[in-house]
Design a protein around this ligand. Structure first.
Ligand code: SF4
Length: 189
């Protein structure tokens, strides 16, 4: 390798002598970095969503390949966040794909002293049984004057800021269909 080629292979030399004095373009490029492509290029579809973490409601683009989330980016079309995400929003892909994601439910039965691991289907069946039971026990068909109510006072929903728009939409639909009146969320947008 000649001296010139040796110097050209050195990024600082390219930065000091070339057309990229800030070292953010050609000067910083290597053979390896030139061959890199963004993960978003491989997506087969992109879904618009909203960051679930806080009430700012920054817009996200969720990149999906073969049915799996591959990347989440800020959506530049949003008048709220204009393509930006804070570190929490930037890391929200881990909510779906992170190895810390729990796939079992920890359950301690009434009067029990030990936790048990339940699979999700078993836990879901138990939740359904309890919801239906509480709905029935709190059911009010009419008020004292015979006026029709058809509601339950036995169940309520209190959501939090980590629920996204789609989840809140479904929660409201579900609880209203069950006859519940108290459907609330802590987040305010
Ligand atoms: S990206 Fe950050 S600021 Fe925006 S909604 Fe998510 S947590 Fe809130």
């Amino acid at each position: 390798m000649g001296v010139r080629r040796w110097l050209d292979a050195w990024p600082v030399y390219r930065q000091l002598t070339g057309t990229d004095p800030l070292g953010r373009g050609r000067a910083a490029r290597s053979a390896r970095s030139a061959g890199l492509v963004p993960r978003t290029d491989e997506a087969d579809r992109v879904a618009d969503s909203v960051c679930p973490f806080c009430a700012v409601g920054c817009a996200q683009r969720v990149y999906v390949k073969d049915g799996r989330v591959t990347q989440i980016e800020g959506n530049p079309d949003s008048p709220v966040s204009r393509g930006r995400l804070c570190p929490k929003g930037s890391a929200s892909k881990q909510l779906v794909t992170g190895p810390q994601r729990e796939l079992k439910v920890r359950y301690r039965p009434p009067y029990g002293t030990e936790w048990q691991d339940l699979d999700l289907d078993t836990a879901m069946d138990m939740v359904v049984d309890r919801v239906l039971d509480a709905r029935e026990k709190g059911w009010q068909e009419t008020d004292r004057d015979g006026r029709r109510l058809r509601r339950t006072m036995g169940i309520a929903s209190l959501g939090g800021a980590t629920l996204d728009n789609e989840e809140n939409y479904l929660i409201k639909k579900l609880f209203t269909a069950l006859g519940a009146l108290q459907v609330e969320n802590q987040a305010r947008i």
